[in-house]
Ligand binder design. Structure first.
Ligand SMILES: [Fe+2]
Ligand SMILES: [Fe+2]
Length: 264
């Protein structure tokens, strides 16, 4: 451990006003402009076929080692470090092994970048499409650039959704959360599926928006998503975990829940 690296306080996270990384603001301009309902439909039709390649979970993790997330104001370390930090914090607090695993893989969907996708179509906070934008989403002003902003059927009432339809029926903005959910859902318990699928949906799990979309299952799962969030957010520290030391534990954990290879 690097004793010289100061730990961040909670107020210092998700500070989008800090001018530290202009790439974050530019990222959200592109994300909010281009993530239309139709865009989400086309990406789901394409990527949820899972016909690109077969990889072991570790091969996918190795690729993440080369990726730095432009949407994240809190970390400029390779993604594998963030995943190890999240998993290790959950393990240290005695959470069940499926939750440690969830922490360790929750951003694995960022391999979408491997398939040539721009970061605005992979990372960042997510939001429902086809219904009004909440002003509690980060940088809401950029939604004025989105063509859906001028579609009254999307921007009035509950949009295209019936009240209480449930989040499963909602087309969220496309990215690593939705992708990894579909890739792993058959192997993980329901709370883990929610943690993966909605961990970037801050307008819901932090701001309490979009209550009209929820069903009973969503409301029952919200505390799990909220329990998971601090481990994703507050464990981001500029100290690199020791991959070689931790690898055997996580290899065993992966083998217990996931197949030897996954279809991406
Ligand atoms: Fe994420
Ligand atoms: Fe994360």
């Amino acid at each position: 451990m690097d004793a010289a690296a100061p730990a961040k306080t909670k107020d210092a996270f998700r500070n989008y006003a800090a001018p530290a990384r202009d790439t974050v603001r530019e990222f959200y301009r592109l994300n909010h402009q281009h993530q239309t309902h139709d865009f989400v439909r086309s990406k789901r039709a394409d990527f949820l076929r899972f016909d690109r390649r077969e990889m072991t979970p570790w091969a996918a993790l190795d690729y993440l080692n080369t990726l730095v997330d432009d949407s994240d104001p809190d970390i400029a370390l390779p993604q594998i470090d963030h995943l190890l930090q999240t998993g290790e914090a959950l393990r240290a607090d005695g959470h069940p092994d499926w939750m440690v695993l969830t922490g360790f893989i929750h951003d694995l969907g960022k391999v979408l970048c491997l398939f040539g996708e721009p970061q605005w179509a992979v990372v960042g906070d997510t939001f429902p499409t086809g219904c009004p934008y909440s002003d509690r989403i980060v940088y809401p002003e950029y939604f004025a650039l989105n063509p859906d902003f001028r579609r009254p059927e999307f921007q009035t009432g509950t949009g295209i959704y019936a009240e209480g339809c449930g989040l499963d029926a909602v087309l969220m903005s496309w990215g690593h959360d939705e992708y990894l959910y579909h890739l792993t859902r058959d192997h993980l318990p329901l709370p883990a599926q929610y943690m993966i699928r909605y961990h970037s949906f801050y307008a819901w799990h932090r701001e309490g928006e979009y209550g009209y979309l929820l069903n009973a299952q969503d409301r029952a799962m919200l505390p799990w998503v909220q329990k998971f969030n601090p481990y994703d957010l507050y464990t981001k520290q500029p100290v690199r975990p020791n991959l070689a030391e931790l690898k055997p534990y996580y290899e065993d954990l992966l083998a217990r829940y996931l197949p030897a290879t996954l279809r991406f």
